[in-house]
Design a protein around this ligand. Structure first.
Ligand code: B3K
Ligand code: ZN
Length: 875
């Protein structure tokens, strides 16, 4: 395959030869052919641009009708086409380049560039979608001011939006109208946006720290107008938070968000005109779960924060993606922690990281947070770039402390405002502001794989001395056989026998140790008796840590650790240890018995009414099948599923009465509110109900049905539905699913939940259900949200069914990928993930998974996206 030749390397980076001072665009939107006129004022870059060829990028689907330099129309001999590149060989040092292109947005199913979502025009340009609109030096280090005129039929598209401020408008006799927008801030093409449609909006305003009034507008379809308020409130909270915590103020006079149904990702931070997947902006108690509300709050904030970390200071090239994404995820996580419960947010983020990012880091697509090469950049919007990237920024925060970190971010924003920079520039600003040497720390940017810390310790009762030994290592990853020791901030404390924190240094009970060598020892004097160490408090580094804890010590930490995150972590470790031995027993035909310490520890947590209910729910949630799979050397799908169900049932039977009383005690009166305390009660209540359902007793089916009927909010309604739908009470499941669909058939996002609940049913026969649902009138193969709900749910979150021994789950996914490959390469490649992990399964499954990958690789017309993932998975 010649596609291999298309690999792009960071080491080959060259500064742009030409810069674009201004870009003036005119869009003539039509139902068939859309015409785009682009006028670029171009000048040679100081570093030797003059005399060099002028390079633009355009996708093969874009028809180039005309290209002119300083009013001279070029003929085909004046330029060269090489793949997506268009090279004009000879240009003056400063010139006007004009192009006219013709595109068909209505046929664009890749949802990149300009496309139609439910009848409205919208764009998605990051990373390289702009080249599906016009020919342009589409690279993030080419920044230009944009002036954009959008012209369309007035009746069909009354609302016409682009980046910046509206400056002119008009209409013509033929029913068409136009608006011109001007964005004064230079930006790369990936931040360009356009929307045209029949949209309604809600409006508000925000007074900034320097007392400028910013107009806030959130647009959606008329039917969704009642679901926009929460996003608006979240936006204002985010604007205030960024002023207070980072001193960052919004810069334009207007901030717009548009909700669209067809969207490949969650949302996009286009300058002044964010475009959002409806799933990340619409929220209403009746149709949105608590998790949905929190997602809206987090994503609205994330995109807003990009205005500084991403837009004002952007990436030099796409290898630097984590510069904006890691930093912005860190910022939005801290925002959510401040708005809600800090510990709960941390637990959720760490659970995701340890389950999915660690798996990615151990798989064939493993890459450093600053990759050294890629074939298709869309494949690198990963958990590694985002979540591990955020952990790396968090570690800098831990090493520098709040004040110096803020000094570092101030310096970064001041120094690089208006520039396209690298992760090195970010680290350098942190170093310069703090005086701290982060040279070894930089390895986090270039080394892939999850480091492991192995601890041992010794206590000398005579000398009252405690020594903690730590060894660090990092497994090989593609292209990196050996790794250097990293700089790992290790937050830790020591507990005495009574469970109190020991004071370690300067009155501190938590220390951050600098683990920098392959083997290192830390000595603690004046320790009166053997302590129990609490390691990696707050998950101070994205690593795996191994300390030979006894189960009793984990129970002790669960009850006593002063760090809330570590209490949860101790519970996870205890449950993992118990489940791993049970898996072993199950594989060896030994009858299963549950260690009573787990039941007792869980009872103690349930009985303690002083604890935060959300944390109780987290502590009592068993490690997921996905996490147990990540931890396993070889994944035994059936044993993991069987054992987890066994433990759930045992716990439910052992704790039945207290589960029931906590369930009852957590009932909420009054109107729904998505505040942290109410969310906590609902999460604990639903957790209790799910345990009770695990007893398989009919009286709890009745209780779940009662909850379903009485629920005044989607959290309680969908939780009850999913418990019933995933139970062995087939008739009840069927009835409730029908009832739910009838009630919500007009709410696309709720119907997606309905698809997802069915796709994740662990009961046998789900594949046939999923195949039938693909024919359901509400399903649409072109809509990524529906694909994620049904295919993503089945292949990614239903291991016991996806990995059926006959390989039917794999064949099903292979078929779908081949269908999706042309239609929407980004989504196709993302859906492939479960197949890429074949090395972790037993021989029979390995063969079947590989056969599907091979079948995909052998097929014609593979997109770069799918090709890269499949070829690297088989390498
Ligand atoms: N920056 C966008 C990601 C767009 C990815 C397109 N393939 C969303 C975000 O991280 O905010
Ligand atoms: Zn982002």
């Amino acid at each position: 395959m010649s596609q291999e030749l298309n690999e792009i390397f960071l080491k080959d980076y060259q500064a742009p030869r030409y810069l674009i001072e201004s870009t003036d665009m005119h869009f003539e939107l039509h139902e068939q052919d859309t015409l785009v006129r682009t006028r670029m004022q171009v000048t040679a870059n100081v570093d030797g641009g003059a005399g060099a060829a002028f390079e633009l990028f355009g996708h093969e689907d874009v028809e180039l009708c005309r290209i002119a330099i300083n009013d001279q129309v070029l003929s085909e001999k004046d330029y060269q086409r090489q793949g997506e590149k268009l090279i004009v060989k000879s240009v003056p040092a400063s010139f006007l380049c004009e192009t006219l292109t013709r595109i068909q947005p209505q046929d664009n199913t890749a949802l990149e560039g300009l496309y139609k979502s439910d009848g409205m025009f919208c764009t998605q340009c990051e990373a390289e979608g702009f080249r599906r609109i016009t020919f342009y030096p589409d690279r993030p280090d080419v920044m230009s001011v944009f002036r954009t005129t959008v012209e369309a039929d007035k009746a069909l598209y009354p609302v016409l939006l682009s980046n910046g401020n509206p400056v002119e408008q008009g209409e013509s006799d033929d029913g068409r109208h136009w608006i011109t927008w001007e964005d004064p801030f230079p930006k790369p093409a990936y931040l360009f946006a356009l929307v045209a449609g029949d949209l309604e909006y809600i409006e508000d305003s925000y007074p900034t720290m320097s007392d400028r009034d910013v107009k806030l507008l959130i647009y959606g379809e008329a039917k969704d107008l009642d679901k926009l308020e929460y996003a608006m409130a979240s936006l204002k909270n985010a604007m205030r938070w960024d002023e207070e915590v980072y001193g960052r103020e919004y810069d334009l006079d207007i901030y717009m968000i548009v909700a669209v149904d067809f969207f490949n990702m969650g949302a996009m931070e286009n300058k002044g005109l964010n475009i959002f997947n409806t799933s990340c902006v619409l929220a209403h108690p009746k149709t949105t779960t608590d998790a949905g509300f929190q997602r809206v709050e987090g994503v609205v904030a994330h995109e807003y924060f990009h205005n500084w970390s991403g837009n004002r200071v952007t990436c030099r090239d796409w290898f630097q993606l984590s510069l904006k994404e890691g930093f912005t995820v860190f910022r939005d996580a801290e925002f959510s922690a401040d708005m809600n419960s800090r510990t709960v947010k941390r637990v959720e983020d760490v659970a995701l990281l340890r389950t999915a990012q660690f798996a990615e880091d151990a798989g064939p697509m493993a890459h450093p947070i600053r990759p050294a090469s890629f074939i298709e950049i869309s494949n690198f919007y990963t958990l590694t770039i985002y979540e591990k990237g955020a952990e790396v920024v968090r570690m800098i925060h831990t090493l520098l402390g709040e004040e110096q970190f803020r000094a570092g971010s101030d310096l970064y924003f001041e120094r690089h405002d208006g520039q396209a920079v690298t992760t090195d520039d970010f680290v350098a600003a942190m170093e310069d502001a703090s005086g701290r040497d982060l040279s070894q720390f930089r390895l986090w940017y270039s080394q892939a794989g999850t480091p492991e810390l192995k601890f041992s310790d010794e206590y000398d009762p005579q000398a009252h001395r405690y020594v903690l030994h730590v060894q660090q290592s990092c497994p090989a990853s593609p292209g990196q056989a050996t790794k250097e020791p990293m700089h790992i901030p290790l937050a830790m404390g020591l507990l005495d026998q009574q469970g109190n924190d020991l004071t370690l240094v300067n009155g501190e009970t938590t220390l951050v140790l600098d683990v920098t060598e392959a083997e290192q020892s830390f000595t603690f004097e004046n320790i009166q008796s053997r302590p129990v160490p609490s390691l990696l408090r707050g998950f101070s580094a994205p690593v795996k840590s191994h300390y030979p804890y006894q189960r009793d010590e984990l129970v002790f930490l669960m009850a006593n650790d002063s760090d809330g995150f570590s209490r949860w972590d101790a519970a996870q470790k205890l449950a993992v240890d118990i489940m791993q031995s049970l898996i072993h027993d199950h594989q060896n035909g030994v009858a299963l018995t549950l260690d009573p310490r787990l039941v007792d520890a869980f009872r103690a947590i349930l009985e303690d009414s002083t604890l935060d209910k959300a944390m109780v729910a987290k502590v009592l949630t068993l490690p997921s099948e996905a996490y147990l799979s990540e931890l396993a050397t070889e994944i035994d799908v059936d044993a993991i599923h069987h054992v987890r169900n066994f433990v759930r049932k045992e716990l439910a039977q052992g704790l039945e009465s207290i589960l029931l009383s906590v369930y009852e005690a957590c009932e909420l009166a009054g109107e729904y509110s998505p505040d942290a305390a109410s969310i906590a009660r609902r999460s604990l209540r639903n957790l209790c109900l799910s345990y009770l359902m695990a007893t398989e007793e009919a009286r709890y089916l009745a209780l779940a049905e009662e909850q379903y009927v009485n629920a005044d909010n989607m959290t309680d309604q969908s939780a009850a539905l999913s418990m019933v739908a995933h139970s062995r009470f087939k008739q009840a499941a069927h009835k409730l699913l029908e009832r739910f669909y009838k009630q919500w058939q007009d709410e696309a996002l709720v119907v997606n939940q309905w698809f997802a609940i069915q796709a994740t049913n662990p009961e046998p026969g789900t594949l046939a259900d999923v195949e039938a649902l693909m024919q359901h009138p509400a399903f649409d193969m072109k809509n990524p949200n529906k694909l994620r709900a049904l295919l993503g749910g089945f292949c990614g979150q239903n291991a016991i069914n996806f990995h059926m021994a006959d390989g039917s789950g794999y064949r099903f996914l292979g078929d779908r990928i081949l269908e999706l490959n042309k239609q929407n390469p980004q989504v196709a490649s993302r859906m492939l993930t479960p197949l890429t992990r074949w090395k972790k399964y037993g021989e029979a499954r390995q063969q079947q998974m590989k056969a599907q990958l091979q079948r995909i690789l052998d097929s014609d017309g593979l997109s770069k996206d799918v090709y890269e993932v499949v070829s690297k998975s088989l390498a």
